[in-house]
Design a protein around this ligand. Structure first.
Ligand SMILES: Nc1nc2c(c(=O)[nH]1)N[C@H]1C(S)=C(S)[C@@H](COP(=O)(O)O)O[C@H]1N2
Ligand SMILES: [Mo]
Length: 325
């Protein structure tokens, strides 16, 4: 993030840009095998069994694969997804969360849902897990720093929770607030951000079915370093919009003051949609490095508009995405 220099961009190799026809046929194929009622997870097994290596240490979380919302990319290795993290409450190095997040106590946990809703409520983990059927979704995650991963998350659309609490007519945005407890989070001693970590979405973005209330990954409950026990994942936006270890969800009238936007407004806009045409002031966003692929420092992949989630384009019809970056 802003304190780190980024090692520059590279153009993608032509061979790595999937032609649209191939993309569509692969997607159709995946849909077929999934709807042929092969147990959820078959797709992921085919896509890369090794990605799940070393799971099994955490409680299992049963979920049905949702192929309609799953990328066909090969999942990232569990090892990479759990040791290369951004979670500044535990330090600013990629390796810090895995080393230091052991002090986080994800149970018991309460999430308070409040503000402009007809039915404010406080949900414990059990209530959160039972609120809607759990789905497995393979999403691309694009960090604003220029790297990406592909992670099999488990959760359900945040829209399910919205239906339950019933936002009233004043609700225009949703604010997600992460835990900020010095006893559990050594990184709070640093002033790199104003704590708590706050993120936000416009109401229609929050209500989009891709926005995932996330309780697990790789068939298990979330590891602490990935935002246990509950986080948001918004796959068409840069990773920092996906707040971890959430304790409060507020429906509000005004655009929330979000942590990264407050820290560096010229670098991190409120919308932060993945956009290869809008560079970060200090580096290009046109390409990315997929963690685990060849070329440790080279960006070999072309970054896709909305991270490839074109369904969301209609949310921004008529908006200048260079201005509202
Ligand atoms: N509370 C909190 N949430 C956070 C962050 C953070 O520092 N604190 N980092 C964000 C960033 S920059 C990214 S890229 C993703 C990384 O999620 P992952 O470690 O599960 O891949 O989490 C996001 N959510
Ligand atoms: Mo990030």
């Amino acid at each position: 993030m802003p304190i780190k220099r980024h090692p520059g961009g590279n153009s993608p190799l032509p061979s790595e840009i999937t032609p649209r026809a191939l993309f569509e046929s692969r997607r159709a194929f995946i849909r077929q095998i999934a709807t042929a009622s092969v147990a959820g997870g078959a797709l992921l097994e085919m896509a890369g069994r090794e990605a799940f290596a070393q799971t099994g240490a955490r409680p299992k979380l049963a979920a049905r694969l949702n192929p309609a919302y799953s990328a066909m990319d090969k999942p990232s290795a569990y090892k990479d997804a759990t040791t290369y993290n951004n979670f500044y409450e535990f330090g600013t190095d990629k390796s810090d969360p895995a080393k230091h997040a052991g002090t986080l106590k994800p149970e018991p946990w309460l999430v308070s849902v409040e503000g402009e809703v007809k039915k404010p409520m406080t949900l414990d983990l059990d209530a959160l897990c039972k609120l809607a059927p759990l789905e497995e979704r393979l999403y691309r995650l694009r960090c604003v720093e220029g790297w990406s991963m592909v992670i099999p998350w488990i959760g359900y659309s945040f829209a399910e929770l919205m239906r339950k609490v019933e936002p009233n007519g004043n609700a225009k945005y949703v604010e997600f607030v992460s835990l900020a407890d010095k006893r559990q989070m050594p990184g709070l001693g640093s002033r790199v951000l104003d704590w708590p970590y706050v993120e936000g979405l416009r109401l229609d973005e929050a209500n989009h079915p891709l926005t995932l209330l996330t309780l697990g990954m790789y068939g298990e409950t979330l590891p602490n370093q990935n935002g246990a026990p509950v986080r948001i994942v918004v796959p068409w936006k840069y990773g920092f919009k996906s707040a971890k270890s959430i304790v409060k969800i507020r429906f509000v009238r005004e655009q929330p003051r979000t942590a990264w936007n407050l820290a560096a407004p010229a670098e991190y806009g409120f919308y932060s949609n993945v956009n290869p045409n809008v560079d970060h002031p200090r580096w290009s966003q046109a390409s990315e490095r997929r963690i685990g692929e060849d070329g440790f420092l080279t960006r070999k992949r072309k970054t896709l508009m909305f991270n490839g989630y074109n369904d969301v384009a209609s949310l921004y019809a008529g908006m200048d995405l260079k201005k509202f970056f």
